[in-house]
Design a protein around this ligand. Structure first.
Ligand code: NAG
Ligand code: NAG
Ligand code: NAG
Length: 382
């Protein structure tokens, strides 16, 4: 690398860090948004409820957290129950748990469950665990079973999103990268890695197939209501892709929507369309870095304190989340945001059910629960 480039990159790094700090300062205390009937449902002993699923009886939601547990919301007891854990119970007792800020150091052992979805055919809960691959647990919880942990002879480095075709039981899931684990998601973004994949697992034959390769940080997935297509989030490019599974367009991949921030998961809304959780806005500085691939590469090689940079980014995300509902044509129908720390954290997913938005986040110690007020099909502030 030329010295001049290195010098320039150091300046860029300094600007980025300054921008993060300035943003953090600016982001605190802005409280113009009022009014959502919001409840933070705390989680004991862990953080980061990333994704939700209700079981076929309508109980839950269930969510996966930072110590590798899957917990279930008990509606009448008004509390979380332990449902399952990625690590076996003896392993869990010895190594998992403990202080939340140490969970990420142990997640390759304890697991880090991300995408979740029940199959209404088998009543099983399928889990995309970022370290263990595709995992399943029966309707009564307890011990999990690994279904897919390698693909074409390579271990799955970062399994992430998941949806189930309820007509056939087929499980569609993504791997964000074949190089970078979840812990290094910033490197995944900065390097513009394109080793993400979409895969399909068929429970009857236990066969797994790769449907798409070369995706840029493939993340959440959602099937359309009729199963004709699947939407795939590409985090680095801030896009939603549509891949046709049926109809004469089968096998076609197209851009479904461009988003104003880095998207995480996507879920169907019972009012039509799809909710997309946005982890952070697309800041100009980051956009600029991403438009010059070599800057990202240089940043990765600099002796920066990467964990510190991550934590700046985490703080930036905290004041920056939002959720967007897209129509079935990919148009923005509504945007939900609040600068005031509650929904304003990084948002990983929004699951809408019976007039409630369950809002997940990769770092919050609670689940956001919003009672929504729908007027003419749109969420209104109350
Ligand atoms: C906004 O933040 C302030 C201070 O943190 C808090 O007291 C208030 O309840 C928050 N408002 C909403 C709507 O969350
Ligand atoms: C769930 O498991 C954790 C860790 O073992 C424990 O601290 C907690 O009390 C359990 N919660 C319930 C409701 O059993
Ligand atoms: C994926 O990327 C690899 C390496 O860059 C390339 O050789 C391959 O042709 C690409 N595959 C598709 C389907 O674009």
């Amino acid at each position: 690398m030329r010295r001049q480039q290195l010098h320039f990159a150091a300046v860029v790094a300094a600007i980025v860090v300054t921008a993060w700090v300035a943003h953090m300062r600016g982001g605190v205390g802005q409280s113009e948004a009022k009014g959502w009937q919001f409840e933070a449902v705390p989680i004991d002993g862990a953080v980061g409820p990333e994704s939700f699923s209700f079981d076929p009886r309508g109980e839950g939601p269930y969510t996966g957290v930072s110590d590798g547990r899957i917990i279930k919301w008990h509606q009448t007891q008004n509390r979380w129950l332990n449902f399952s854990a990625i690590a076996s119970s003896s392993h869990w007792d010895e190594e998992c748990g403990g202080p939340c800020d140490e969970h990420s150091k142990k997640e390759h052992v304890c697991g880090r469950p991300l995408g979740l979805c029940f199959s209404t055919l088998s009543n099983d809960l399928y889990i995309a665990d970022s370290y263990k691959g595709l995992v399943v647990v029966g309707p009564h919880g307890g011990t999990t079973r690994r279904l897919v942990s390698t693909i074409e002879g390579e271990p799955l480095a970062f399994t992430n999103g998941l949806d189930v075709d309820q007509r056939t039981g087929a499980v569609y899931f993504t791997s964000s990268s074949s190089k970078y684990p979840r812990r290094n998601y910033m490197s995944l973004i900065l390097s513009r890695d394109k080793t993400g994949m979409l895969m399909k697992y068929e429970p009857q034959s236990e066969q797994v197939s790769v449907l798409l390769k070369n995706l840029s940080y493939a993340n959440g997935v959602a099937l359309s209501k009729d199963g004709e297509y699947i939407l795939i989030i590409e985090t680095t490019t801030c896009r939603v892709l549509r891949y046709w599974l049926e109809t004469p367009k089968t096998g076609t991949l197209e851009v479904f929507a461009d988003l104003p921030g880095f998207p995480d998961n996507i879920k169907r809304s019972p009012r039509g369309g799809f909710w997309v959780g946005i982890y952070s806005r697309r800041e100009k500085i980051i956009q600029w870095i991403l438009s010059y691939p070599w800057i990202g590469k240089v940043l990765l090689r600099l002796p920066l304190d990467i964990p510190k940079a991550y934590s700046y980014l985490a703080k930036l995300k905290r004041s920056n989340g939002m959720a967007i509902r897209l129509s079935e044509q990919g148009d923005i129908l509504e945007i939900v945001n609040e600068k005031n720390g509650s929904i304003g954290r990084s948002i990983s997913e929004v699951e809408e059910r019976d007039g409630i938005l369950w809002v997940g986040s990769i770092d919050a110690p609670f689940v956001g629960k919003y009672n929504i007020h729908v007027v003419e099909g749109q969420v209104k502030r109350i």
